[in-house]
Design a protein around this ligand. Structure first.
Ligand code: GLN
Length: 277
């Protein structure tokens, strides 16, 4: 008997057990990726599920039910204006991080700027800015060579000419180099219960965890960035909402000016920007 993709999705949702991660939306995205179709097609015409596709579909479902992020299974994640290729060497780009891109684009209209995406991972921040601002000189750095391979793949895929640098935070850069220094560093503390939430234990721990307070990397980037930002250049840091107060104080002590918080779509303080004096 032939089975349709739509029927298979319905049946899978109906039979999914409590505690399994999979949702109808995940299944729809999997089907689209597998069959190379737009999501609207799933609603407009019934599609036969071939046996070979069903086998692949079942394997994707098993991976998702074990908690693997959908983005790793599909190999891609939408971020701002790009489809970003991802694998388990990089963090899955989050919608929270898009608020940084948005704030930068709203506030910086200069034609030429030197911009660093520090700890770039898949390249989401740096590449989406480069896509919008072709004249900007964008550097994407990471300590992980595996991550930079993904960044490079994305820069080639989208034909965006950025500089890739493998280094430990700022140690490869000259003083007084950047107009904008942007980072979404690891900021989760060791042992945090959030590490048990959906998908996180499949992501690279080095990109997520920062010591026993979660603030170690944020503090060192803030300190080093004073030297590497140009005068009046801006630092942008993503952080967790409960770190906002401490980070703001720290930036004040470092003599940063015009410090302001940026809120994510949940209304939480998710990033901070500050101007070098
Ligand atoms: N936003 C991620 C989370 O809370 C953490 C990302 C990071 O550490 N940079 O799951």
């Amino acid at each position: 008997m032939t089975q349709t993709v739509q029927g298979f999705i319905k049946k899978t949702v109906a039979f999914s057990e409590r505690g399994e991660y999979i949702k109808a939306l995940d299944l729809e995205f999997m089907a689209c990726s597998l069959l190379g179709i737009e999501r609207s097609k799933l609603f407009s015409s019934s599609i036969t599920l071939e046996k070979k596709d069903k086998t692949k579909f079942l394997s994707m479902i098993r991976r998702r039910n074990k908690g693997e992020p959908l983005a790793y299974i599909l190999g891609t994640k939408g971020f701002w204006n790009l489809d970003i290729e991802v694998n388990n060497k990089v963090l899955v780009p989050r919608p929270e991080t898009e608020i940084i891109v948005e704030d930068v684009l709203l506030n910086f209209n200069q034609k030429y700027l030197n911009v660093l995406d520090l700890g770039t991972g898949s390249g989401a921040i740096g590449l989406s800015l480069k896509k919008e601002k072709k004249e900007w000189n964008v550097y994407c750095s990471d300590l992980s060579e595996d991550a930079l391979e993904v960044t490079q793949l994305n820069s080639l895929k989208h034909n965006l000419n950025i500089h890739l640098i493998c280094c430990n935070w700022l140690n490869a850069f000259k003083p007084n180099s950047f107009d904008l220094l942007i980072s979404n560093p690891p900021y989760v503390k060791e042992g945090d219960i959030r590490l048990h939430s959906d998908g996180l234990n499949f992501e690279p721990p080095n990109a997520l965890i920062s010591g026993i307070t979660g603030m170690e990397h944020l503090f060192s980037i803030a300190s080093f960035s004073k030297r590497h930002l140009k005068k009046r250049g801006y630092l942008y840091l993503e952080h967790s909402p409960d770190q906002a107060k401490e980070l703001k104080l720290f930036l004040k002590e470092l003599n940063f000016k015009n410090i302001s918080e940026i809120f994510d779509l949940n209304g939480d303080k998710r990033a901070i920007k500050a101007q070098n004096s």
